[in-house]
Ligand binder design. Structure first.
Ligand SMILES: NC(=O)c1ccc[n+]([C@@H]2O[C@H](COP(=O)([O-])OP(=O)(O)OC[C@H]3O[C@@H](n4cnc5c(N)ncnc54)[C@H](OP(=O)(O)O)[C@@H]3O)[C@@H](O)[C@H]2O)c1
Length: 254
């Protein structure tokens, strides 16, 4: 028989009931899993991604309010998307983009700029476009990483972005208050992005992490989704960076 405290924990209200959550990059990985979790907590969803087919699949599964297929790196498309949004938004989660690797002195300057753009300028553009659409107390939530805290050849763009994102997040939190702005810094998360980056090496990397991470398992997109929904619902949180890497940043060689 359950005790009263157990029963009250289980019979709680869905935490995002009636709230609208926008996920920019929602058809796979961390974005899709966050959309799933937000839906399970009663949220209405507006989902975006570049490719219409996987986006439509996600929208059908999650009974999304609407979808928009566009490249979030294109400033005009991003601006149009936010201009066209009619409902008041409660939360915006940004999971579009991917890390950029390569030697700083060998890559074309345009490639380096794209690397900075993919996270820093995207966050700033989302903030500028979303600021007047998100209700007071709602959140903007960005994705960064812990891996770039290691300095190494080929990691220059990732490390620079990693160092800058917490400062950008905190600064935006002050300027946009009472809208809250936060950053999730992940290590290896087992998503389609990692599968495409690692190819045949994926299973080896998973096994290596299972053997070495202090949590003895690999971090999945559902772990990050749980953190994202917590940040959306805990109104004390703003301007902060939340690490979720199973302790990966403390391992030798990361
Ligand atoms: N996985 C990790 O280990 C890890 C660790 C640290 C940080 N991160 C960051 O977390 C974010 C999500 O990673 P993930 O592993 O979940 O990636 P993922 O599995 O590749 O999923 C990314 C999602 O975003 C969409 N997307 C990608 N680029 C986009 C763009 N330019 N415009 C609009 N939508 C876009 C993708 O759909 P379309 O391709 O159809 O657009 C997909 O729905 C990324 O910013 C990544 O750098 C990931």
């Amino acid at each position: 028989m359950s005790t009263p405290s157990t029963a009250s924990r289980i019979q709680r209200e869905p935490e995002l009931l009636g709230q609208t959550v926008v996920v920019i990059g929602a058809s796979a990985g961390i974005g899709l899993e966050t959309a799933r979790r937000a839906r399970a907590e009663g949220a209405k969803l507006i989902l975006t991604g570049r490719n219409p087919e996987p986006l439509q699949r996600a929208a059908s599964e999650l009974d999304a309010l609407s979808t928009a297929a566009f490249d979030a790196m294109d400033p005009n498309s991003l601006e149009r998307f936010f201009c066209d949004l009619t409902p008041t938004i409660d939360h915006v989660m940004v999971t579009a983009g991917q890390p950029h690797y390569g030697r700083l002195f060998e890559m074309a300057l345009a490639q380096a700029r794209a690397g900075f753009d993919a996270h820093l300028m995207l966050a700033l553009r989302v903030a500028r476009n979303a600021a007047h659409k998100v209700r007071p107390g709602g959140t903007l939530l960005f994705m960064g990483g812990t891996g770039g805290r290691c300095i190494g050849i080929g990691l220059g763009i990732a490390s620079t972005v990693t160092a800058a994102l917490p400062a950008l997040t905190a600064s935006l939190a002050l300027e946009l208050a009472p809208v809250r702005v936060n950053l999730i810094a992940a290590g290896f998360v087992d998503t389609p992005l990692l599968a495409s980056l690692l190819g045949d090496e994926l299973e080896n990397r998973r096994n290596q992490l299972r053997a070495t991470l202090p949590i003895w398992r690999v971090v999945g997109p559902d772990d990050v989704a749980a953190l994202a929904v917590h940040i959306m619902t805990n109104t004390a949180l703003t301007g902060a960076t939340y690490d979720i890497d199973g302790g990966q940043q403390f391992l030798a060689g990361c």
